[in-house]
Design a protein. Structure first.
Length: 94
């Protein structure tokens, strides 16, 4: 699974590879949802602002696309502290 950190929440990509491939094939490659899913698949954990920067999409477009991905069951929203969500960078020393 891929985790997307969105401010203090994270989104979990829940489709397996064949389902993800079919989902991407059914959508135009330049659709905001496709760009976000590809970005998550390639880069892993990202904030919404990072997605905005990487894809060049407007913040409102990213927000709308993430809402659509949640409604479709493609991503599940959860707290960033739960579900083993990973952050960017080196882990803290223990």
């Amino acid at each position: 699974m891929t985790y997307l950190s969105y401010q203090s929440t994270s989104f979990v990509l829940i489709m397996n590879k064949p389902s993800l491939r079919n989902w991407l094939i059914d959508r135009p490659s330049a659709s905001p949802e496709s760009l976000i899913v590809r970005c998550l698949r390639e880069r892993g954990v990202l904030s919404a602002s990072q997605i905005t920067h990487i894809t060049g999409l407007a913040r409102s477009t990213v927000s709308t696309a993430l809402n659509g991905l949640r409604k479709s069951g493609m991503v599940i929203e959860s707290s960033a502290h739960n579900d083993g969500a990973r952050g960017i960078g080196r882990p803290a020393a223990t």
